[in-house]
Write a protein that binds this ligand. Sequence first.
Ligand SMILES: C[S@@+](CC[C@H](N)C(=O)[O-])C[C@H]1O[C@@H](n2cnc3c(N)ncnc32)[C@H](O)[C@@H]1O
Length: 241
Amino acid sequence: MRPPSPSLDYGDRLARDPRAIRAMFSSVARRYDLLNRLLSLGQDVGWRRHLVAALAKAPPGPVLDLACGTGDVALAVRDRRAVGADFCLDMLVLARRKGRRRRHGAAWVAADALALPFRTGAFAAVTVAFGVRNFADLDKGLSEIARVLRPKGILGALEFHQPRRVIVARLAALWNRWVVTPVGGLISDDGAAYAYLPASVGSFADASGFAAACRRAGFPLPEQRHLSGGIAVLTVARKGG
Ligand SMILES: C[S@@+](CC[C@H](N)C(=O)[O-])C[C@H]1O[C@@H](n2cnc3c(N)ncnc32)[C@H](O)[C@@H]1O
């Protein structure tokens, strides 16, 4: 296990400094899929499935999977053209390799969610799984998503928010403390990366705060579904309502 380098200060991560966030995901990329399955007890697969199913509500056209990581959401899109975008090249390399292995036609683009290199109205849907919590500026990220969506396009965002139910929040805190942080630290190449995960949930908007941010960005009627007792939340919203 490699200790976090001084340039990757934990405080910078929590402040969502893009360089610190990108470097952190670079260092965990190789073990990222394994840790997802392990630390969620395989539930992350079902959560992403719900996200991809929400695409049925979108008008015809291509889908952008933003903050695509190793590509699991983009590669689950079968009936539309899919583009995966991420600002971490190590993640994109793994996504592209996985896409080739599966003979999937997704395109992979290096891009910052806060300044997307796509024309206005280019996509019928944008998905983001566990990405928005890392954005340096949530409002800016959501307004970029709204810009690249065509009218009536769909935003689907899967995210961890502080669970509403006290019992779920307590169990999640125990799981994070005794499993996610130590096991994630041990298996990933970054001792502190999996301490960032629960800490970043605590310092991010709760589900209703995120819905309010969606409304500010031009998605007037976000709908939310609490998955696995509220551990993960799927927000689905239509541009313009
Ligand atoms: C927790 S991972 C999620 C990856 C993938 N969506 C999944 O479901 O496993 C977060 C990803 O968001 C990316 N990311 C964070 N901030 C970003 C930004 N501003 N622009 C583009 N990608 C970003 C990271 O590089 C990382 O790959």
